[in-house]
Design a protein around this ligand. Structure first.
Ligand code: SF4
Length: 379
């Protein structure tokens, strides 16, 4: 389907963008300094033009979304990251841990729209045995064999391994054997130590996150990669993060999607910080698309930046709007005012209104076909 909007010729009032434009048009990889120029430009429309050009070169008009459900088995967490409004110490008000049956019921309760993915992440619980997580996964697989299980961030995997006294490889191997199909991209935050010490000093460091992702890719588990922006990081920290992701992707090819996550300060220890601006949200999508030339997809997570900004981002480099979600907890604890879920029809309407073609995908980006009575994934 041809784009409903014809792209005008490139123009910019920022001379620093000219040489970058030449590289983008020639398909030449951008370097660290190019990325800094992109972050620092005031010409956000020229930046968006370039990102949109690359996005259309890769995906034409297609915009992906999926029908998924989030399951957060526990919010009990030992880490106490300053960035977080979700984690709780055990035995404090609001702390919860689902019994396995409860988790299976939660999964079933959101199943009405023929979900193709369960997105499963939670806190670092100090007492739950590794077997609980293996049973959770194998129980979900048994009950919902056709649903893709995208489960556990690199941070959770590293913690489960540490508690079970297993190597990262063995931990991942056992999770995969139980039924984990791929990993989400959370916990990456910003890799730079200086920033990590402030926002999440009890979490694994950036190198451990990357090493865990590398091991997952090596054993055949795809993953996503996130970046939490809009807190105490600077442009150099953001570029350092992107360059590290790009280098690992060159090595493994295991990342599917880059997901920039706007920081939500409410109810966190960093509540004094302001929220991100629309300008920064669009820049982050666009810079991600331009710098991560080896990432197939850039996702605009509508729960984080609002459905309206996510819609605009489809012309700033994003080709994916995430999913229907159903009952999002983590960012709503941090004050997100977006709805906790959205129906397929509404997602499709937003995508079409941006002049794009909605494509329902499964977690591995295979097109999903629906009829009144069945759901089929093209393989
Ligand atoms: S961000 Fe994750 S690891 Fe950190 S406190 Fe929150 S739930 Fe725990």
């Amino acid at each position: 389907m041809a784009s409903a909007f014809k792209q005008h010729a490139f123009q910019t009032d920022d001379p620093a963008l000219r040489p970058i434009y030449d590289k983008v048009m020639a398909g030449v990889r951008l370097n660290f300094d190019d990325g800094l120029s992109l972050y620092r430009t005031g010409d956000v429309l020229a930046l968006g033009w370039m990102a949109n050009h690359v996005r259309e070169r890769m995906h034409g008009n297609k915009t992906y979304y999926n029908v998924n459900r989030h399951i957060n088995p526990t919010n009990v967490c030992v880490a106490a990251c300053r960035l977080c409004a979700f984690g709780r110490k055990k035995d404090v008000a609001g702390a919860y841990t689902m019994a396995l049956d409860e988790a299976f019921q939660t999964a079933a309760s959101g199943y009405t729209e023929a979900v193709t993915e369960f997105h499963i992440v939670g806190g670092l619980h100090p007492d739950l045995p590794f077997q609980y997580f293996l049973d959770l996964i194998s129980g979900l697989k048994q009950r919902f064999p056709q649903v893709h299980l995208k489960a556990f961030t690199m941070v959770e995997v590293a913690y489960l391994g540490k508690r079970a006294k297993l190597s990262i490889r063995e931990t991942l191997t056992q999770l995969k054997a139980a039924g984990v199909d791929s990993l989400p991209g959370g916990g990456a935050e910003i890799f730079a130590d200086r920033v990590r010490h402030i926002i999440c000093d009890h979490k694994i460091d950036g190198d451990e996150w990357l090493q865990t992702a590398k091991t997952a890719h090596q054993i055949g588990l795809k993953s996503n990669a996130t970046m939490l922006y809009g807190h105490v990081e600077n442009d150099e920290d953001r570029m350092d993060h992107l360059m590290k992701l790009r280098a690992l992707q060159d090595e493994t090819g295991g990342f599917q999607t880059f997901i920039p996550l706007a920081f939500h300060p409410e109810n966190t220890a960093l509540e004094h910080l302001p929220k991100t601006t629309g300008m920064l949200d669009m820049k982050q999508i666009a810079v991600g698309r331009l710098v991560l030339d080896n990432f197939p997809h850039i996702k605009s997570y509508w729960q984080m930046v609002s459905a309206k900004m996510a819609q605009i981002s489809l012309r700033f480099g994003a080709d994916d709007m995430d999913g229907t979600v159903i009952e999002e907890k983590i960012y709503h604890d941090a004050g997100a005012t977006t709805p906790q879920g959205m129906r397929r029809q509404e997602l499709e309407r937003l995508i079409r209104a941006a002049g794009r073609e909605p494509i329902e995908r499964d977690t591995l980006y295979r097109p999903v076909t629906r009829t009144e009575t069945s759901v089929t994934v093209a393989v």
